[in-house]
Design a protein around this ligand. Sequence first.
Ligand SMILES: Nc1ncnc2c1ncn2[C@@H]1O[C@H](COP(=O)(O)OP(=O)(O)OP(=O)(O)O)[C@@H](O)[C@H]1O
Length: 238
Amino acid sequence: MQPALIEFRHIYKVYGRGEAAIKALDDVNLTIAAGDFVAIMGPSGSGKSTAMNILGCLDVPSGGEYLFQGISTANFSREQYTLLRRHMLGFVFQGFNLLARTSAVENVELPLVYRGMEARERRQKALAALEQVGLKGRESHTTQELSGGQQQRVAIARAIVTDPAVLLADEPTGNLDTRTSIEIMDLITRLNKERGITVIMVTHEEDIAAHARRLLRFVDGKLASDSDTDAEGDGHVA
Ligand SMILES: Nc1ncnc2c1ncn2[C@@H]1O[C@H](COP(=O)(O)OP(=O)(O)OP(=O)(O)O)[C@@H](O)[C@H]1O
């Protein structure tokens, strides 16, 4: 049997010591299969960002074990974490996090520069990724010449240009109006369905979470519920 893509075994994250210690994550057990589309919700301070940081190898748990494709990351070196991040994970943030005064195509090429890819191949891949997110014709526009929705599309192109197994999205529509949010969610849903990218997304909005297939709710650092949505994989509430 294939191991799950992602597994949390008794994950704890504790900040501070003694009386002041805060359990940001408290014995979280979780498996996510390849190709799933998971939304994470919960009140402020419930541990969502902490969980995303551990999933994204930006932070390590205080206890428990994080397995990726069945391999424990517990004894990973800093370099191994970096490799896992660069080769398997793509990130999208609420604030887009693009370089200003830099063209869309150059922003998308950036992760390929870190990989040491040759310039021509890099450009080709970045242009293809921009086309995939519906930005053909805007490749040379700089960040400030693009709308918020277009900037998020560039950020998504940058996240998928490396062909990651997992897209980690932290409130990807948090800075967008309703119509643009729906367009971005349709794009993310398409990437999940057509390219098979596993999507894990934090959101505060129920109707954004409804695009996912599965919904995890955190309360006080614990995984309080884990249920299927009504999306049935088509990205829309039935
Ligand atoms: N670096 C840190 N040092 C100390 N405490 C922290 C740190 N990061 C998070 N915490 C605490 O851990 C708990 C979980 O925080 P976390 O940021 O994961 O919550 P969240 O669900 O993402 O909240 P929000 O929706 O407000 O972003 C909170 O009580 C928070 O104050």
